[in-house]
Every structure is written in structure tokens, then in C-alpha cells.
Design a protein around this ligand. Structure first.
Ligand code: GAL
Length: 727
């Protein structure tokens, strides 16, 4: 039978290209996911992580081999590696975003110690996508995604691909089973599949027999007319578990499990996107997989948290995994919470030579083979983001995608309307500051805003408001254009980049949230599109000061809210009641409120601002902003109360300096110093010189359980403290 064992633990790391002459003592013990260099959150040179490093792992096979084949599975290592087992080369891989495996059967010692060495090149190799020219993001180094050890019988299953059929009329399921027979004899096998509902009950079974000839073959299982199937949707992302067992006579040889969903996703020629037959206007953001300090080496918890932020804080229906396949943990969470995904191959503007294109075609295949069972994924991006046309190359990427996955449409992101339309959906980066009339349908806007209006979370109020309103205006316009399927803004989070892009500190301040995933006003706009049935949202886009905007004051005051009415008070006095600004934003589910006429006179006294939101006549939410603008408290907040003692798990520690009512004060720049006690460490800059009034560190678990206490101190405010359980 198959065994799949985690293989993230007990690695050694050396930041250099070294051989046996360097003893283990000079290596650092590490756990994967691992970044080859912890960095500050900005102001560093990407040359710092561009080196060859050496990973070692000494291990005894954790289970007897019993004539099985043994593989090492890597989910991702940046950007090229060679691996050696007991001194023999077992394989190499080029490309940092797709998984790869090495068959170690013939090299592994069945008893006694084995030595695995991975020589990892994390430089910007021009022969590997995305490199060859400049790139607007960083490809931090390290074995940054999970590693597993897999045992399988010589005759076993490769992947399975479950393809729901006719989900709206007569639901059925076809399952492609890819068989790999590495023995020297053909093998007659029986395949038995079970479909389980979320409560674990088996709702259907299917069977077939087939001959697994030596080498690779393919079989199919069919579930005809399933009854009572619950659809996967954004509000109710219902998931099923499909298991397939392969038997040889009475002996089970293999078992594979996949989580699947029944949904129909179509971009149609009328220009609309339809989920389960219903028109859905797509509103979303792009996500890069990089984080402050840790590069791309974020454990499952942080990956999942990003999906939660996009769905529950930013109210997105869709995310684009710009510009590469992202973590399986992120995609799993998208399935669980109902967040649609447009996933694309690695690359940025540049197309390399035929070998480079060969890697890219392999990336198309690896992406689809890895991710084809995710119901959240609705579109494969099979062009290098914003590259020039290349008929032969993109005919090939499209043909490959359609052959591997006939159930999904393709897109390919470009920035010129005259681009050759070889895909199913014309996916277009629209930096016109509006939404252009489509030339082809279906047409999906895959980027807007970004570099057109970079905005820091401590920029002047007018700029922050305008940044938010640019997102609001374009989402509104896209929502009103029948021939546009929706708009995915650039981007969710600020990100580290090369010096050719970004601000002076090498951050692209293009996010609606900062690099720590903390909101700017634009995030409040997205959040305000969430239904008030889920939660009321109300955020006034102001610092409520006389002296921030040009010419002073706060007129007009913009409030992002999903309420149907707001009342604005200055001090005790009702200034007025307002309805959503449907005139300016006729197409948004929840238009911003424009509170006009707030004339402040120089020298007049500011009183506290209070905005109350009403839904169906009842007050449901309010925000107050202190007129005195004084720092009142240092706030510390952990995203999780508990993390796992696995040496890699992390949670975010957010800190802010706030006014009397909990509003962040973006110009407070005092230093905050942290101490930690217990079996965990802080990752990030400590002390931290505050910028923008808010930032975050990560708390990383050690290998032992216990209680962790973190304290923070800063001048003139009371210290703050939080605790966390490591289990
Ligand atoms: C686009 C590109 C993105 C990002 C963005 C900034 O052209 O596809 O990766 O660089 O510009 O606005």
C-alpha cells in the first residue's frame, strides 16, 4: 500500500555551495518551509538571497520498503536544484513554482542512515521562467514548500482527475485514473471508487477493471446520475471526498483521495461569467505569494489566512495567482471558503528560447496536473503575463491545457487589445484608468490601477482616498458593462520587488493592503462590498484632521459601508444623514457614501466624528474618530490563539498605535520593542520603528508545546501583552 509521510523535519542548511568537507556542525538545523535568508521587510537588495545553498538531511527509512518504490516529492524549491542520495545524483529540477519528484528506490539504503543533499540555486537564472529580462516581484530562495516521502507498490496510481458532468441537470462524475506500472509484468487490477459527502457518508460507488500494462496507462471510472448532489458555490462551497482504491485480486495495492466540488463555471460569448448557470460579476484582486521577512516560505496557516483575508476581509469573489501557481494550502482554502481562482503559469513579459519555452510548457502541465481537482479554479492562464504574441508557443500552451483539462477554459494575460486571441477568455490588463470596451468576448479585466497610483498606508489622506476611489470607480464601471465579466485589481498586498520597479525602498505600494496584509482605505472599499447579512461594514476614509488635505478640512468625506443609510455626527450634533452615492457608483452592490459640505473653518474646534450605519432602519455599526489625534494605546493582536509545535508553524502578530477609539494613527513613528518567552520565536524586525501606525511580525513555533507570552513596549504608552498556546 501507499504511505505518504511528511519530510519537512530534521534538515540542515548551509548558505553556500559546499561538499562533504564541511561538517554538519557548521550547518543550521531547519524545518521546511524554509527561506534561505531572513530579510527586513524593505530596503534590501535581492542579491542577498541569490546564492547556491546546500541542504542536507540524514534519515533512516521510517517504514520498511517491502518491495515498494520510494519517491521524494517536493512541492516547490526556488529556483533550480540538483539532488544526491548517498553520493549519487538522483535528479534535478528547474523552476521554482511547480512540484517535482525523485524516484529514490534504487539509491536508498533500506537499513542504516541515508544522506540526502540538495544543492539549490536561488539566483535569477535567465534560462528559467520568469527570468531573462526584468521582473516586477522577487523570487526568494529556499525549499519553501512542503516535502514528502512517498512509498507506492510497483504497480500504483499516479494522479486521479475527477470531472463532474452535467451538474445542473443530471449530475455525474467521470474519473480519470492514471496508472503507473513499474514492475516487469502487466497487472490486471480492479478500481473501486467511493464518493463521500461532507459528513463522511458514502453516497455512491463505482467500479471497473483494467489491465495496467507495464509503463503508463489510463483508466476511467464513471458515476452515472448521482442524486441529491449539493453544488459548490461561493456561499456554500460544498465539498465531496472521492477515494479510489486499486486492487489486485484480494490485495489493495493503492488508494488515492481527492477533494472535489460540483459546479459549472463558464465564461460565455455574451460576455458574462456564469457560476452554476447564474450570472456572477467577478470582483477580485491579484495576489503575490511573498511575505515580509520570510519571502515565500509561509507555512500552511499563513497561506490559508491569505485566502481568508481575500474572501472575508476584502469581499473578493476571485483571486488571480499572479504570476505563477501558488501554494496547495492556499488553493485548498479557496475551495473550502468559496473563492474563485484564476491560476497562471510562471512568467513576466519575457519569452525565452525554445528550452525556456519547454520549461514553460512543462509548467502548464505541472500546474494542471497538480490542481485540476480544485473546484475553485475556473481558468488556466497559459500565456506569460503581459508578453508579446507568439502564435506557435501559445497555440501549443492552449492545446496542451485543453488536452489535459477539457473542462476548463483558458485565458492568457496581455496588455494590448490587438493581441492575437488564442484562448477562450480575453484576459486583459487595463491600465486606461477606466474599463475599455472589449474587442472580444468573453473579456475579463485581470489588472488595473497598480503602478498607475502607488499608495503608501501613511500617504496623505487625499491620495489614500483617491486610491480607494479608483478601485471603486473601476469596479463600478466593470460591474455596469454587460460585455465585461468582471475586474481583478492590482493588487491585494504590497510586495517586495526589484529596483527597476517600486518605491525607493523596493516595495511596490500597489496593494489595497500593506505588505503585512493590513488595510489601506482601498481595502475598506473592497470590504464594504460584503453583504450586510454577513457582517456590517463601516469605515470613514479620513484621519479627521484640519491639516492633512490640500486646503484643509475633510470635504468630501467618503465612507465605505454596506449599510443602507448613515448618520454623521460631529461631537453631539447630527451633521446629516446620507444614502449610498448611487449617482456616482450606479453598479456597485454597496456604493460608497459621499458626505459633502463639511466646511471646517480655520481655528474652529474639531469635535469627535461619529458615523452610525443603519440597515433596514436599525443602527448596526458605528465608528468614532477622536478629534485630538493623540496616541492612546499600543495594540497587540495575534491572528491565532494556538499554533502547532512543528518547528515551522507561524501566526501573525499585528501591532498598531491607536487613538481613543481604536483608529490607527499613521504618523506615529515610535520604536516598539518586543520580548518573547516560551517555545516560540519572533520573526521580523525587533525593535520595529513604526511606519504607517501599523505593522506585523510572525511568531514561529518551536518543537515543544507550551505557553508563549509576547510583550511589547514603546515610550509614553502602556506595554501590551498577548499569549499563545503552542500545541
Ligand atoms: C503589470 C504587471 C504586474 C505589475 C503591475 C503593476 O503590468 O502585470 O505584475 O507589475 O503591472 O501595476
Amino acid at each position: 500500500m501507499r504511505s505518504v509521510l511528511p519530510f519537512n523535519h530534521g534538515w540542515l542548511f548551509y548558505a553556500g555551495d559546499v561538499g562533504e568537507e564541511i561538517s554538519d556542525d557548521l550547518f543550521t538545523p531547519i524545518t521546511i518551509p524554509h527561506t534561505n535568508k531572513i530579510l527586513p521587510h524593505h530596503n534590501f537588495d535581492n542579491a542577498e538571497y541569490q546564492f547556491i545553498s546546500t541542504y542536507r538531511k540524514r534519515f533512516v527509512l521510517p517504514e520498511p520498503r517491502d518491495a515498494r518504490r520510494v519517491y521524494l516529492d517536493f512541492d516547490g524549491a526556488m529556483i533550480a536544484c540538483e539532488a544526491f542520495l548517498n553520493g549519487t545524483k538522483i535528479g534535478e529540477h528547474e523552476g521554482g513554482y511547480t512540484p517535482f519528484s525523485f524516484d529514490i528506490t534504487d539509491f536508498v539504503r533500506e537499513s542504516g542512515e541515508n544522506l540526502l543533499v540538495v544543492r539549490l540555486d536561488s539566483s535569477e537564472r535567465p534560462d528559467i521562467p520568469p527570468y531573462g529580462y526584468v521582473v516586477d516581484y522577487l523570487t526568494f530562495g529556499g525549499i519553501y514548500r512542503d516535502v514528502r516521502l512517498r512509498y507506492v507498490e510497483p504497480c500504483h496510481m499516479g494522479r486521479i482527475f475527477a470531472r463532474p458532468q452535467h451538474v445542473l441537470s443530471q449530475p455525474g462524475l467521470e474519473v480519470d485514473v492514471f496508472l503507473e506500472n513499474q514492475s516487469s509484468l502487466d497487472c490486471a487490477v480492479a478500481l473501486q471508487a467511493e464518493l463521500r459527502a461532507a459528513d463522511g457518508s458514502v453516497i455512491a460507488r463505482a467500479e471497473s477493471t483494467t489491465l495496467a500494462s507495464v509503463g503508463a496507462t489510463q483508466a476511467m471510472l464513471r458515476f452515472e446520475s448521482l442524486s441529491g448532489i449539493q453544488l459548490w458555490s461561493l456561499d456554500q462551497p460544498y465539498l465531496y471526498e472521492l477515494s479510489v482504491e486499486m486492487r489486485d485480486g484480494r490485495r489493495a495495492l493503492d488508494r488515492q483521495v481527492a477533494r472535489i466540488g460540483f459546479r459549472e463555471a463558464q465564461f460565455r460569448k455574451d460576455g458574462g461569467f456564469y457560476l452554476n448557470g447564474q450570472l456572477l460579476k467577478l470582483r477580485g484582486l491579484n495576489r503575490h505569494q511573498t511575505y515580509p521577512y520570510i519571502g515565500a516560505a509561509a507555512p500552511a496557516r499563513l497561506q490559508r489566512k491569505d485566502a481568508d483575508i481575500l474572501k472575508f476581509e476584502l469581499g473578493c469573489d476571485i483571486v488571480r495567482t499572479s504570476h505563477y501557481p501558488q501554494s496547495p494550502h492556499f488553493l485548498d482554502r479557496c475551495d473550502e471558503i468559496g473563492l474563485l481562482v484564476f491560476e497562471e503559469i510562471p512568467g513576466w513579459q519575457h519569452i525565452g528560447d525554445t528550452d525556456w519555452q519547454g520549461i514553460s510548457l512543462r509548467d502548464v502541465q505541472a500546474m494542471i496536473e497538480r490542481d485540476c481537482n480544485h473546484p475553485s479554479i475556473i481558468l488556466w492562464g497559459v500565456r506569460i503575463n503581459e508578453s508579446q504574441d507568439n502564435e506557435a508557443f501559445y497555440t501549443a500552451t492552449n492545446a496542451l491545457a485543453h488536452r489535459l483539462d477539457p473542462t476548463r477554459q483558458t485565458g492568457g494575460v496581455r496588455y494590448f487589445l490587438d493581441s492575437q486571441f488564442l484562448e477562450d477568455v480575453f484576459t486583459y490588463n487595463d491600465f486606461s484608468n477606466t474599463v475599455v470596451e472589449p474587442k472580444h468576448t468573453p473579456h475579463l479585466v485581470t489588472e488595473f490601477n497598480g503602478h498607475m497610483f502607488p499608495t503608501k498606508s501613511w500617504d496623505q489622506e487625499e491620495r489614500l482616498v483617491e486610491h480607494a476611489l479608483r478601485h471603486a470607480r473601476i469596479q463600478d464601471r466593470a460591474a455596469g458593462m454587460a460585455r465585461v465579466a468582471g475586474a481583478i485589481g492590482w493588487c491585494a498586498f504590497d510586495y517586495n520587488t526589484h529596483r527597476e520597479f517600486g518605491s525607493g525602498d523596493r516595495i511596490c505600494y500597489h496593494g489595497v493592503m500593506d505588505i503585512f496584509r493590513l488595510p489601506k482605505y482601498a481595502a475598506d472599499f473592497y470590504g464594504s462590498q460584503i453583504s450586510p447579512d454577513i457582517r456590517p461594514v463601516l469605515r470613514a476614509a479620513t484621519l479627521w484632521t484640519m491639516g492633512d488635505r490640500s486646503e484643509g478640512g475633510n470635504d468630501p468625506l467618503v465612507v465605505f459601508s454596506n449599510c443602507d443609510r448613515i448618520a454623521v455626527y460631529i461631537g453631539e450634533n447630527l451633521y446629516g444623514e446620507f444614502e449610498p452615492d448611487r449617482e456616482r457608483y450606479p453598479n456597485l452592490p454597496h456604493p460608497p457614501f459621499t458626505v459633502a459640505g463639511l466646511k471646517m473653518i480655520w481655528g474652529s474646534k474639531y469635535a469627535d466624528l461619529r458615523v452610525v450605519g443603519y440597515v433596514a432602519g436599525r443602527p448596526v455599526i458605528e465608528q468614532r474618530i477622536a478629534a485630538d489625534g493623540l496616541p492612546h494605546a499600543l495594540e497587540l493582536r495575534l491572528d491565532d490563539a494556538e499554533i502547532q509545535a512543528d518547528g515551522a508553524d507561524m501566526t501573525r502578530l499585528v501591532f498598531r498605535i491607536v487613538d481613543r477609539f481604536g483608529n490607527r494613527l499613521p504618523y506615529v513613528n515610535q520604536v516598539i520593542a518586543f520580548t518573547i518567552e516560551g517555545p516560540a520565536e519572533l520573526v521580523g524586525e525587533n525593535p520595529f520603528a513604526l511606519i504607517g501606525g501599523q505593522a506585523a511580525l510572525y511568531v514561529k513555533a518551536g518543537h515543544t508545546p507550551g505557553v508563549v507570552t509576547i510583550r511589547a513596549v514603546t515610550p509614553r504608552l502602556s506595554p501590551a501583552e498577548v499569549t499563545l498556546q503552542v500545541r
